[in-house]
Design a protein around this ligand. Sequence first.
Ligand SMILES: C[S@@+](CC[C@H](N)C(=O)[O-])C[C@H]1O[C@@H](n2cnc3c(N)ncnc32)[C@H](O)[C@@H]1O
Length: 271
Amino acid sequence: MKRNNRFTTAFCSNREEVLFPNEMPFTCQIKGLNLAQKSFLVYEAMGSKYLVYDNNWGDDLDIIRSTIFRKNHLVMLDAGCGPGWHLEQCAKLREFDHLIGIDYSPQMLKESHQRLANFITMNRIQLLQKNILNLRLPPASADVIVCFNNTLGNLLEADMIGASSARENGIAELKKVLRRGGYLIISVLNRDTFSQNNGYGTRVLRVDLERSNIEKGDFVVLYKTADGWECPYFSHWFNQNEVLNLLTKFGMEVIELLKRKKRLIVIARKK
Ligand SMILES: C[S@@+](CC[C@H](N)C(=O)[O-])C[C@H]1O[C@@H](n2cnc3c(N)ncnc32)[C@H](O)[C@@H]1O
């Protein structure tokens, strides 16, 4: 979908599609929207700057490398690929025959497209606009799925109250697309490392403490746009047992859990 179309379609839930008129000022666009729709607009506004602004961002390429060591002809799916950093690095690995990046944000996909143009021309990478909550990809078609930098913690169908079921739906969707014996590698934010000083606190990102529930790890984060408007998006920070239980509930076998800076990284296999 092109940015300059009259409308941007936000697949904010698997039940509804919401149209945003692009020519409206950002401030008008967010009125009357639920938190899932506002979060979508933040990704649209942030684009490639996400890699600069979010100081919780992490590069866990070595974990992908060690998981695929001595395997070949693999198909990888990057769920919520954002501006495509991991896709770019993974496309250089000969273990992967084909890589698919999905994201629901056209702006993020545009950034990915610029970054990955050569690989796309070579048919090595394919980018698709899709909602993780309703993937509609062929079942058992991926050998490795990565879902990095708290994309799982960003999932939302409408408002914060239903966030845990959105995470469950997300894992169920990813599992469908993974082949038996395939690997799901996720990185999420570790609630034990959160403090009000270091959670976000950059020039453009801050936590809205009044609307957040620190104990549950549910945060409303405010993103300051170029015109100074602060738009909220959702970020859930996990504790270790929570993320392990979520994966085992869906029949995934947890191979390893690592802690890095503010992240928990889990490698799991579909039984
Ligand atoms: C925190 S960023 C992580 C980006 C990337 N995984 C990385 O490691 O750099 C979260 C990404 O997930 C996307 N996203 C959030 N909810 C989504 C959903 N329901 N379906 C598809 N993409 C989603 C956002 O547009 C954004 O690009």
